[in-house]
Design a binder for this molecule. Sequence first.
Ligand SMILES: [Zn+2]
Length: 138
Amino acid sequence: MKKAIFKLNGGQGALLCSQCHVIITTGRYFTDKQWLAAKGEIKLPPQFCDRCTSNHLYKKLEDKVYKYPTKSKYGFHNDELETLLKDYPDINMDKFNEAMMGNTCMIDEGGVIMYHCDIFVALKCGIENRELTIEEWD
Ligand SMILES: [Zn+2]
């Protein structure tokens, strides 16, 4: 079972990310619970740094997009995309649409198909409320 990782060096405790072991917070900022866990008196679930947290979220998002039961194995039709987007009511749709613009897509008998990878990247933009980064242009 994974749990929160504490390090005590010279009385100055630190809470480490359970994934990458970077220091999340130090003793000075510990909550009471974190102190108890550092002393081994209670157990805390694993804690993750921001980076690992967002990687984890994106892994889930990626799984969802790529394993979505689309009719076409190549990607999403518009109605499928609309259904998928209902699960993300809080994303910035302007950023999403901006990121989707100019993507290559293909057409089959059901209409336009949008590729999984484009939707995944556009969702990230919508969630983070940002534009595409240079690396994300294809
Ligand atoms: Zn981490």
